[in-house]
Design a protein. Sequence first.
Length: 199
Amino acid sequence: MIKTGNPVISIYTEMTPNPETMKFVANKLLYPGKSIDFPDEVSAVPSPLAQELFTFPFIKSVFIASNFITITKTTGTDDWQDVIPTIKQFLKEYLEEGKAVVNEEDVASMKQESSNAVSADDDDVVKRIKELLENYVKPAVEMDGGAIQFKSYEDGRVNLMLQGSCSGCPSSMITLKAGIEGMMKRMIPEVTEVVAEAE
């Protein structure tokens, strides 16, 4: 019998530079134009999907973006190949049933102040930092299953928050220092240092 209404969902996986994380890509928009990080089960309140994912004992954190979910497994969990089929099947069924991925009302009530969106009260330097992050950094880190969010700028120092596969990734500090900091210093002379801030 052919099921009508909801489209057939396909999920495929991509490795990330972080061996503890795996990117699960869907043929459906999950959270259009946005991303949200759930570093632990307590933070997953705004996302019914993340809440259900945390019921798997091997899942440490969940990051949801436009058309993918990056999952970090707990230390000690066996090989990814042992758990990928289970997660893919779960995501396929969850999305085919048309269940909610993220409840915007719950997101609004959470402390989700970090954003790369330029706001009216940003000064000139902050606007340029956010535009650089949005236009140059975001596409590259999303390919690797992560995100880098602007937190603050003060006295030449830019504080960024690493999310998804970027959080805890062995190579993320190299990317942050050699890549992002170098580019910011060249393009925005006021920037003297870029650091990662813990959540």
